[in-house]
Design a protein around this ligand. Structure first.
Ligand SMILES: Cc1cc2nc3c(=O)[nH]c(=O)nc-3n(C[C@H](O)[C@H](O)[C@H](O)COP(=O)(O)OP(=O)(O)OC[C@H]3O[C@@H](n4cnc5c(N)ncnc54)[C@H](O)[C@@H]3O)c2cc1C
Length: 416
């Protein structure tokens, strides 16, 4: 069933009796060509591109809870491709291009809004670093635009330009960045994959791997054993727990990241704004709430909730750039489990176990990566070769010393 304005009109006239469920609720089969573990954004987009682009349709997605229960439904919805390093920028720009055509591609309204992202800078040295980043983005085919203080004073008069500790000197715009309705991304990919024959199985937790002579043949689940030629792990914050069942230790730690939403306000923020001297990012949802977040809580955890010291830290950062936020009342907050890698960059790779593949280590960048991650993982699964824009995202990059340390923090997952 295709969604369209005409369909909405027709259903309105005929009592809304023609709508069908968006995806089926099949029982797990005993055999698939490919099993994807994890029905988050990345698992579902992998299934979608596998079936649509690579023609692999005998695919099962095994999700332990419900679609959207993980970080795909918990993030602050920001998309952008303002990365600098060659291992990252082509990948994230590919992702942004996929976002730009996604709603037409999977025929679902994901409320993709390229309302811009602005990274503020607060010193001359930071401006120079941002100019370098902007040049590197432009060389990779992305858009970047430097704004000076006078321009920002005109455009965003509510910012605290004269803050004595963190005066605002300007910012780096990426006009094509913005926000997307996060859970609609899961639903759109799920519906698209289902329409190409993929089985999406919820409430089906993978509890172990069936590994024989160095090759993975299938998985044990709470709904029985399922075999496949290839098994693709895609469980984000649970990566280390799931891969431990295959006897693998990963260069990944799990941390909590919190998000916050204020009461609904009249439109005030035109796009996404980030603080350059601390960790704080804010946008305004279409319902009017200010959606914001900051640093991870800073200790290892698998809990989907955070603690008060970070709430204070995030609120202080918000106050440092836009004191008017102190007048807004906080409506909701929640936490998600972040798969923080040692250099802050992700993995899309085969493992040393035959037939077992791994996708994870997304840190703060996993939502914006959803389309490219799925596309590149599908490419790897279908061809056994890394996609050209993901060829640096390999598990052995630490052995080789080829880190993709975008932030320049070294091997400190809590700092990326
Ligand atoms: C508060 C917060 C804000 C964020 N903001 C942004 C942002 O603005 N921009 C951005 O780019 N990124 C952001 N991120 C990061 C981004 O959300 C994640 O990196 C990304 O969503 C992770 O990929 P996913 O969608 O596949 O994960 P998930 O949705 O977490 O999917 C993983 C799935 O695996 C399932 N699973 C786990 N174990 C098993 C098992 N044993 N068997 C079967 N299934 C299993 C889980 O139930 C889950 O549904 C944010 C994250 C958080 C928490």
């Amino acid at each position: 069933m295709r969604y369209s304005g005409f369909k909405v009109f027709l259903e309105g006239l005929t009592g809304n009796r023609g709508w069908k469920t968006a995806w089926r609720d099949p029982k797990p089969r005993s055999d698939y060509d490919i099993i994807i573990i994890g029905g988050g954004g990345h698992g579902l987009s992998t299934a979608y591109y596998l079936s649509k682009v690579y023609g692999v349709r005998n695919v099962g997605v095994l999700e332990k809870a419900w679609l959207g229960s993980g970080n795909i439904g918990r993030n602050t919805t920001i998309i952008r491709s303002n990365y600098m390093l060659p291992g990252n920028e082509p990948f994230y720009e590919f992702s942004l291009k996929l976002w730009e055509g996604l709603e037409q591609d999977f025929n679902y309204n994901a409320m993709i809004s390229q309302r811009s992202i602005l990274n503020l800078f607060h010193s001359d040295q930071q401006r120079d670093a941002f100019v370098r980043r902007a040049n590197s983005m432009i060389l990779a085919g992305a858009d970047a635009e430097l704004a000076d203080e006078a321009q920002l004073r005109r455009e965003l008069p509510f910012l605290d330009f004269d803050n004595s500790r963190f005066p605002i000197k300007g910012g780096l715009y990426q006009r094509r960045g913005g926000t997307v309705r996060h859970d609609a991304v899961a639903w759109g990919y799920a519906r698209g994959a289902d329409s190409h024959g993929v089985d999406i199985i919820q409430n089906c937790e993978v509890t172990g791997f069936h590994i024989e002579n160095g090759a993975c043949k299938g998985v044990h689940t709470t709904r029985g054993d399922v075999n496949a030629k290839k098994i693709a792990v895609c469980v984000a914050g649970s990566s280390s727990r799931v891969m431990a069942m295959a006897g693998m230790r990963l260069p990944i730690e799990s941390h909590v990241l919190q998000a916050f939403v204020s009461e609904g306000l009249k439109p005030v923020l035109p796009g996404v704004i980030t603080f350059g001297a601390g960790h704080f990012y804010v946008s305004q949802s279409d319902k009017g709430g200010l959606v914001f977040g900051g640093d991870i809580d800073g200790y290892n955890s698998y809990a989907q909730r955070g603690n008060l010291p970070v709430v204070e830290d995030v609120a202080e950062s918000g106050m440092a750039i836009m004191p008017m936020i102190g007048r807004a009342r906080l409506l909701r907050s929640w936490g998600g489990i972040m798969d923080m890698s040692m250099d802050g960059s992700p993995f899309i790779d085969k493992t040393h176990i035959g037939g077992l593949y791994f996708n994870g280590g997304w840190c703060y960048g996993g939502f914006k990566a959803t389309p490219a991650s799925g596309y590149c993982y599908a490419h790897l699964l279908a061809t056994d070769e890394p996609h050209p824009v993901a060829k640096e995202m390999l598990l052995n990059r630490f052995e080789r010393g080829h880190l993709i340390d975008e932030k320049g923090q070294g091997n400190q997952p809590n700092l990326h």
